[in-house]
Design a protein around this ligand. Structure first.
Ligand code: GLN
Length: 193
């Protein structure tokens, strides 16, 4: 079992660090051929508008989209959630390949600017204790389809969701020492960590 981390930009090193600390094999994904050697993928936070520009013309996102449709387990956080969303409330990424697959509508930067970043405890379904979630220029999930399972909410909005093989979170689960969300995703892949 090898977990890829999309490593075009953003917090990919932090995700690789978490996987390392859990003893899970991982590899960076920057080109379509890298997808051949992974069993699942994490798409980190960062800046979605930069990621779509870096990926443009490489064929990476169209190939990845097909793999997601075929069932590749994938977890997008923050900018990664934006890439996986079927719909955005604005047209800022129009004209670029994204990924899609998650039946949600997302508003970019809806939780405020960089200096308005915050951490707050959220209850995650199945967790005995709250998870301290860090929001950095985070996207807000404005609506979701019936097939989307809400695993955590903040202020009445979903902040961690799952639709079959596709997981998405508004916040950054890789910051801090609490690896429970990564472990939950890995458990869904039948990896014991
Ligand atoms: N605001 C960023 C974007 O639109 C996402 C922020 C993040 O990933 N922390 O891509």
């Amino acid at each position: 079992m090898r977990v890829g981390v999309l490593s075009l930009q953003g917090a990919f090193r932090e995700h690789l660090g978490v996987l390392d600390s859990l003893g899970v094999s991982s590899s960076k994904v920057t080109r379509p051929e890298h997808l051949d050697s992974i069993d699942s993928l994490i798409v980190p936070g960062g800046e979605s508008s930069a990621m779509v520009r870096i990926a443009a013309g490489t064929g990476l996102f169209p190939t990845l989209s097909d793999k997601i449709q075929s069932g590749l387990p994938i977890f997008g956080t923050c900018a990664g959630l934006i890439l996986l969303a079927d719909r955005l409330t604005d047209d800022s990424l129009d004209g670029f390949d994204r990924l899609g697959g998650l039946d949600i509508t997302v508003a970019r930067n809806a939780y405020g600017r960089q200096r308005e970043s915050f951490s707050t405890p959220v209850h995650v379904s199945g967790f005995a204790e709250d998870f301290e979630a860090t929001f950095i220029r985070a996207p807000q999930i404005m609506e979701h389809g019936d097939d989307v399972e809400v695993l955590a909410e903040h202020d009445g909005s979903p902040v961690l969701v799952r639709q079959g093989n596709i997981w998405g979170g508004s916040f950054h689960p890789e910051l801090g020492a609490d690896t429970r969300i990564h472990r939950e995703f890995l458990h869904s892949l039948s990896v014991t960590v």
